[in-house]
Design a protein around this ligand. Structure first.
Ligand SMILES: Nc1ncnc2c1ncn2[C@@H]1O[C@H](COP(=O)(O)OP(=O)(O)OP(=O)(O)O)[C@@H](O)[C@H]1O
Ligand SMILES: N[C@@H](CCO)C(=O)O
Length: 324
């Protein structure tokens, strides 16, 4: 459920009078997503998405996120493009919340990602990285390596209730990851949360899917480009039983490499980048798991799925484990 803030018909009509989008035909709350309130809008000017930013997004960071999306869309990436009102401003206020309207993207996210999705996904990720190159404002990754130790400390009081010995195991992984973390790899604007529910596809003939849009840029930041690949390897290339699917990984890396060839240093760093990415999602899930009051609207996700991934990456002896 992701409509935390209700918007009345009158309030929405008044809000739309600040835009050049025509008359309201219909609107409905979208149940998917956990961070913000999203509405699908149909106006005489077309289809749009209205987002009301809830308390997990820092309002001070919204201009950076919207600026990045505008830049990527202008560079030809299929991502939501913020729509400006009459006054040229895309970031506005509605029902007491910061709010923005973005363009609607067609397609659906894959409920069961297959090998056929992974190649186009890699290509789209490389296109995102290329389109981000001209966007010079930086946003540090608060969920990057410097953030993991403090996050683990915040998880420590309740972490072992999820699995005995968990925090001690994570201490060991974290020390190794920080020791091996690469310096000097190519950096730029990364999505940092490119899970299947943030990638829309349209089926082409003979079952060949094509990426029709990338959404949800609210974890985007400036970091190691190959770290974004590591996030995707974690999110896309494990089966429901958490077995690693090397064919998916090979397809993802080939799709990326065809659009932006990876250096040997980037390839060599993939195992530790994957360990870091697994730890990042494990820690945020663990924190939410142990600190979300029962009955809260936020859907908790299983942290231990990421422990299984982390263990896989920790035993990888090199990039060959990823099909390269
Ligand atoms: N530009 C868009 N075009 C079409 N549909 C969109 C667009 N943006 C969002 N949606 C729809 O809204 C849903 C929720 O969006 P999103 O994932 O951004 O929500 P969120 O609550 O911000 O994120 P999170 O995934 O972090 O919970 C998507 O699954 C999709 O159905
Ligand atoms: N993709 C994250 C949630 C934040 O969007 C996860 O699966 O833990």
């Amino acid at each position: 459920m992701a409509v935390y803030t209700e918007v009345s018909d009158e309030a929405l009509r008044a809000f739309l009078s600040g835009y050049d989008l025509g008359e309201l035909i219909a609107f409905r709350g979208i149940a998917e997503g956990v961070e913000n309130s999203n509405y699908a809008l149909k106006v005489t000017g077309g289809d749009f998405i209205l987002t009301l930013y809830e308390k997990r997004v820092d309002p001070a960071e919204l201009p950076w996120f919207l600026g990045l999306m505008r830049h990527l869309a202008a560079g030809g990436l299929a991502c939501p493009e913020p729509v400006a009102g009459h006054d040229g401003e895309a970031l506005r206020e509605l029902a007491g919340r910061p709010a923005a309207i973005c363009t609607f993207l067609p397609g659906v996210w894959p409920r069961r990602p297959s090998v056929a999705h992974c190649g186009p996904l890699g290509g789209a990720l490389a296109a995102l990285h290329a389109a981000g190159q001209g966007f010079t404002a930086e946003r540090p990754n608060s969920l990057g390596p410097e953030g993991w130790e403090p996050l683990l400390e915040r998880c420590r009081p309740n972490g072992d209730t999820v699995q005995p010995g968990l925090c001690a195991e994570l201490d060991g992984h974290l020390a190794g990851i920080l020791r091996d973390w690469p310096a000097d790899l190519p950096r730029g604007q990364i999505h940092a949360d490119l899970f299947p529910d943030n990638v829309f596809f349209l089926e082409e003939t003979r079952g060949k899917p094509r990426v029709s849009g990338l959404i949800d840029f609210y974890f985007a930041c400036t970091d190691i480009l190959a770290y974004d690949i590591a996030i995707c390897l974690n999110a896309w290339c494990f089966e429901p039983d958490l077995a690693f699917n090397v064919t998916k990984a090979r397809a993802l890396l080939a799709g990326y490499n065809a659009a932006r060839p990876l250096s040997q240093a980037e390839l060599d760093a993939l195992p530790v980048l994957c360990r870091g990415a697994a730890l990042r999602f494990l820690l945020t899930r663990l924190y939410d798991w142990t600190n979300t009051p029962p009955g809260a609207l936020v859907t908790r996700k299983d942290p231990l799925e990421y422990l299984r991934r982390l263990r896989f990456h920790a035993q990888a002896t090199g990039v060959s484990a990823y099909g390269v």
